[in-house]
Design a protein. Structure first.
Length: 140
């Protein structure tokens, strides 16, 4: 996307530059050829400096990333919602169930289970969300 947009912008710039040169040649009179030559030299220098500018390149990349690439999630918003859910649990919900609820909200899941490794090495469900679900029943 970046290179395609860069080539398109450079092409439009060259098109406008040639149109400007044509207008100068058409209405320039006796000095038209000299003014046209100075115009093209100046426009070429401006184009070269714009292409070589790393700051302009970074700005174009940021602009394209913000406006033309759609992310599935806005991670800042999701992170703030996750923190808010963890820091303000509903009445009667234990910490583990609240953690499951926080993750379930991010991925849009209606329910979730938290498995922990027991001393025997097996993973066993220890918490479920929504509250009221039996985590041991899910493992059967």
């Amino acid at each position: 996307m970046f290179y395609s947009t860069s080539i398109l912008v450079i092409g439009l710039y060259l098109l406008l530059m040639s149109l400007g040169g044509y207008v100068i040649r058409l209405y320039g009179g006796t000095w038209g050829r000299i003014v046209q030559l100075v115009f093209f030299a100046g426009a070429g220098v401006v184009l070269a400096s714009l292409v070589a500018s790393s700051a302009l390149r970074r700005r174009l990349q940021v602009f394209l990333a913000k406006h033309f690439y759609r992310n599935k999630y806005d991670y800042r918003v999701e992170w703030l919602r996750f923190i808010d859910t963890l820091s303000s649990p509903e009445e009667g919900i234990e910490v583990r169930a609240n953690a499951v609820r926080s993750i379930a909200q991010i991925i849009g899941s209606p329910a979730g289970l938290l498995y922990l490794r027991a001393e025997s090495g097996e993973y066993q469900p220890v918490s479920a969300w929504p509250a009221g679900g039996d985590p041991r029943a899910a493992s059967r």
